[in-house]
Design a protein around this ligand. Structure first.
Ligand SMILES: [Cu+2]
Length: 165
């Protein structure tokens, strides 16, 4: 019985990193502060491969976020926003953006994207895979299911084997 438990625990533990990697988001959230006319934080520094997420809800005023060179554009203004943009590898530098209706009121921001050091460029494929997994978030729970099912089946098999002995 002890072996059964150990095997089950090991199999389940193996499944956990898959689930937590899914939650291990590098998203930097930019929202709107209490003045209703400022991004918060207004300046962020991230790395290539990271994502920013413009997120706010129930705002008094509708906002959007548009990059100066249209590198990103959250679209129409909204009191409830959830817009995510990934700075893919090779997309780095300083990106100035603004809220279209409130630009003249100072609703502007800046995103500084650091290039990855050359050594880290070896992880290019891994990063891309992580990004793809992020996009497929809804499917991730199913990936952990086979592991858990395997643990249950394994435990049942071992239990039968032990009772035979
Ligand atoms: Cu605005």
């Amino acid at each position: 019985m002890r072996i059964t438990l150990v095997v089950a625990v090991i199999v389940i533990l193996c499944a956990i990193p898959v689930a937590s990697a899914d939650n291990n988001s590098t998203d930097t959230i930019i929202t709107v502060d209490s003045t209703n006319l400022r991004f918060s934080p207004s300046t962020v520094t991230i790395n290539e491969g990271d994502a920013i997420r413009f997120f706010w809800d129930g705002q008094l005023l509708p906002h959007n976020a548009v990059e100066e060179n249209e590198t990103f554009d959250s679209g129409d203004t909204s009191a409830d926003e959830d817009y995510r943009f990934v700075f893919v590898l090779g997309l780095n530098g300083t990106f100035d953006y603004h809220c279209e209706p409130h630009r003249s009121l100072g609703m502007i921001g800046q995103i500084i994207v650091n290039p990855l050091p050359p050594a880290e460029n070896n992880t290019t494929e891994d990063d891309l895979i992580v990004e793809m997994e992020d996009e497929g978030e809804a499917f991730m729970p199913f990936l952990t299911m086979p592991s858990i099912s395997a643990a249950i089946v394994l435990a049942a098999l071992l239990r039968n084997k032990e009772s035979d002995d």
